[in-house]
Design a binder for this molecule. Structure first.
Ligand code: MTE
Length: 320
């Protein structure tokens, strides 16, 4: 089992990939400079973030990592849910190559002192990257173990100085049916929208990922920037983010709009509350083979000692 979250990570700041190493000079020389930010958060970036598939070094943060063996890269990058590219598990790997992830920008709006549109590079620059091995538990009752590379979501959000009206943070994925063929079908209410309560978003386990398995994220896994919220069902972990909004109300999220009886706002992994159409008590680990023994699903996906207190006093059957 993992160590407590609140032990000091055995990782020195100097061990983590410094921004000048993951912001690739090669891309700069090739002219791959990001969009100009309407406002800059810092000194303004000169070079572009490394390309999809490029090596991305980051030291593992053991205190925040599970010790289970990671699922193979092949499985994690070929068995995906990314409905913008189709509803089949292999569709994202096949069709997400069309997604242009450089240049990329993210619009930050709503209840914060600092808002505007920022290049990917502006968003990433001050944040040292680290590797964290998290379990991802999909609502479809399968799971994977993935070594993500990223940085805490809260560290980014703090830079925008959210005001006291910011009770929730809302994320949106790109909407562009030219690049995302799945958006031609009304499978979900596009753009894919997700949200977190502010205290959930600030929790140190909530990660913004830019890479996995030592490389820049493949498009099908949510390049160039995706959320990973390990104690919640996988659908909260929104991919290819272009908008972050601070709000006083919870958003209507893509899956809750599609099937409100089945997918709630909280979506905390909970083996005691079944999905209306199937049990959530156990999960199939991708890569184990169809006939392998299922794993028991753990409350909050195994992160209960770290996050259960966020929900004290709440009825988790009603707030599913
Ligand atoms: N984000 C967007 N934009 N579109 C999606 O369809 N699917 C979600 C989540 N993020 C999804 C998304 C679901 S249901 C899961 S289980 C995870 O992404 C899967 O992440 P993975 O394909 O990297 O394993």
């Amino acid at each position: 089992m993992r160590r407590s979250l609140f032990t000091t990570p055995r990782i020195a700041a100097s061990d983590i990939t410094p921004p000048e190493r993951y912001l690739s000079r090669r891309a700069l020389l090739a002219g791959g400079v990001g969009l100009a930010a309407a406002h800059t958060l810092g000194a303004g970036m000169q070079s572009a973030f490394a390309e999809t598939g490029d090596a991305l070094a980051a030291l593992r943060n053991e205190a925040f990592s599970v010790t289970e063996r990671p699922t193979s890269f092949e499985d994690v990058s070929s068995y995906n849910n990314f409905y913008e590219f189709g509803t089949g598990k292999n569709d994202p790997a096949r069709y997400a190559v069309k997604l242009r992830t450089r240049p990329w920008s993210v619009t930050v709006s709503g209840a914060a002192e600092i808002t505007g549109t920022y290049t990917l590079e502006d968003m990433l620059k001050p944040h040292p990257l680290e590797e964290r091995v998290y379990r991802l538990r999909c609502v479809e009752a399968w799971s994977m173990v993935i070594p993500w590379i990223g940085f805490p979501l809260g560290d980014l959000l703090k830079r925008f100085k959210p005001t006291s009206k910011a009770k929730y943070v809302i994320f949106k994925t790109l909407k562009d049916m030219g690049q995302m063929r799945g958006q031609r079908e009304p499978v979900l209410d596009w753009p894919y929208t997700e949200g977190l309560r502010m205290d959930e978003a600030m929790h140190p386990l909530a990660l913004l990922a830019v890479g996995m398995y030592g490389r820049v994220l493949p498009n099908q896994d949510g390049a160039p920037l995706r959320l990973v919220v390990p104690w919640k069902y996988g659908f909260k972990s929104i991919k290819s983010i272009v908008s972050i909004q601070f709000a006083d109300r919870a958003p209507r999220t893509a899956w809750a709009i599609a099937a409100p009886e089945e997918y709630g706002f909280y979506a905390n992994v909970n083996p005691a509350v079944d999905h209306p159409r199937w049990s959530q008590a156990s999960e199939r680990r991708i890569g184990d083979g169809l006939f392998a023994q299922r794993h028991p699903t753990l409350p909050f996906n195994g992160y209960a000692s770290d996050v259960a207190s966020l929900y004290s006093g709440m009825d988790l059957r009603r707030n599913f």
